[in-house]
Design a protein around this ligand. Structure first.
Ligand code: ADP
Length: 464
């Protein structure tokens, strides 16, 4: 397929389209998954901060002093917090106590502000150079001077005495809980790396599978194109031989003196024979193409198979006698009807009988049987002829295929007989089978659905 320019170009174009469409779908779904993953990590992180802040908030509020210097009381509540303006001992045990169940406790820090936003206390692991001014926005993301990022949550603390007089408000101050985003950023980087490496690999696989899939999709088209080409070549070949012989005879005829009347008659016979052969071939080709395109407009009628078999055995009797072949036929006493095109069914069975006689040597026999099995009519054409080699059985229904082309041509066969048989069987949704043993004979069997015949012919049903 790849050696043929048109098919190679079509395959490339198809593969490109596949790759683009699959690439876009893959990119969009990858992007969606990436965003969902980052978002869920971010939400989980915020929920964690919020729950720690909530726990601390609830345990702190009842202990907050209503008045006086809060620093002294804070020192009692949080002995391990560093107080603003005093020297600080580094310890993370406070956070540890309030964040039981959180795996990485050293990542959190606490800051406490008074209601004016003045920093009162902070945990020793708070990021360096973080501003001491309060920013009361609930959620903030801070970037420290070393580039590390922190997510911070601020909540209002209310004093035990809600009428806290000194600040004319209900707020005692603010609690700030923050955590480093190092693990989140590391996770995001890891996902980015996986995507950066995985995405080109996935795209490469998409491209390779697109090439393979486009090959698969083109295969039947290429096969049918090859068959078409083969058919054209065969048809041209079949037409050339009788035409060449016809032209040669005409040339010879022109050279024969008018006195040799006998020779002229012989040559005219040859011309007529070759002309008839050409005409048969062309009408067979036309019939085949109309059958394959299903353009035969004649509607199906009820056909009596008993009559069809009797007519055909009568018609072929003369040929059988001339070939010294015994021709038998048997039909049941009751009439068997099928729905179909009578002319086509006639042609189908006559092709089978003609072949049976043609490929049976002198002294042999041919049997035509019509039987009924349940709702199926079975026509079997059996001969004691040369048979068909097992490897050829599947090919004999191909157009112009012959097992022994020389012999077949001599008998006047066009190589289209069984192709027409198969096409008519398909149009009638009939089953066609062949059993054969070389040297012993062949049986061609046709199975057709029986039509439940009604006296009122207006009720004829067409097959689905
Ligand atoms: P042809 O016109 O050559 O007979 P067909 O399409 O009718 O073409 O048959 C195809 C080939 O199948 C024949 O060339 C012949 O070799 C084989 N064939 C068909 N019918 C028989 C048969 N009854 N016995 C043996 N060979 C057969």
């Amino acid at each position: 397929m790849n050696t043929h320019k048109l098919f190679r170009r079509s395959r490339i174009r198809l593969a490109l389209w596949y790759a683009v469409v699959m690439g876009v779908i893959l990119s969009l779904s990858g992007l969606g998954m990436y965003r969902a993953l980052i978002r869920s990590n971010w939400k989980a992180l915020e929920r964690e901060i919020e729950s720690i802040a909530g726990t601390l908030h609830d345990s702190l509020e009842p202990m907050l002093p209503a008045s006086g210097d809060p620093v002294v009381i804070l020192q009692q509540i949080f002995p391990e917090l560093c107080l603003s303006g005093q020297s600080c001992h580094v310890s993370a045990s406070l956070i540890r106590r309030h964040t039981i169940g959180i795996s990485d406790r050293s990542t959190y820090y606490i800051r406490l502000f008074d209601y004016r936003g003045k920093l009162l206390a902070f945990s020793p692991n708070q990021p360096a150079q973080i501003p001491n001014r309060l920013n009361s926005t609930s959620w903030q993301t801070i970037r420290a001077s070393d580039g590390a990022r922190y997510r911070q949550f601020t909540t209002i603390l209310h004093g035990a005495d809600v009428n806290f007089a000194e600040n004319n408000s209900t707020s005692w101050g603010y609690l700030q809980i923050g955590r480093t985003l190092a693990s989140f950023d590391a996770e995001t980087r890891r996902i980015n790396i996986i995507l950066a490496v995985g995405f080109p690999i996935a795209l490469g696989l998409v491209a390779a599978s697109s090439w393979w899939l486009s090959g698969l999709a083109m295969q039947p088209i290429y096969q049918s194109y090859q068959q078409q080409q083969q058919f054209t070549a065969n048809a041209a070949h079949e037409l050339r031989s009788p035409l060449a012989s016809l032209l040669a005879t005409v040339e010879a005829l022109l050279r024969v003196p008018p006195s040799e009347r006998e020779n002229i008659n012989m040559m005219l016979d040859t011309i007529e024979r070759q002309g008839r052969r050409l005409s048969n071939l062309i009408s067979d080709l036309l019939l085949l193409s109309s059958l394959e395109q299903n353009t035969v407009s004649k509607p199906f009628q009820v056909c009596c198979l008993n009559d069809l078999i009797c007519d055909l055995s009568e018609e072929f009797l003369e040929l059988a006698i001339a070939s010294n072949i015994q021709l038998y036929s048997s039909v049941p006493e009751h009439l068997i009807y099928v729905l179909g095109n009578e002319q086509q069914l006639y042609r189908l069975v006559s092709n089978l009988i003609a072949n049976a006689i043609q490929y049976t040597p002198s002294g042999g026999s041919v049997r035509i049987d019509l039987k009924q099995h349940d709702l199926t009519a079975v026509i079997a054409v059996k001969d004691t002829g040369i048979g068909i080699p097992p490897g050829e059985k599947s090919r004999i229904f191909e157009r112009f295929y012959r097992v022994d082309s020389d012999r077949s041509r001599k008998t006047g066969g066009t190589g289209l007989g069984l192709a027409i048989v198969r096409a008519i069987a398909q149009v009638h949704k009939a089953q066609l089978s062949v059993e054969s043993e070389p040297g012993r004979g062949s049986i061609f069997t046709l199975q057709l659905a029986i039509h439940a015949f009604k006296a009122d012919s207006s009720q004829i049903k067409l097959p689905n």
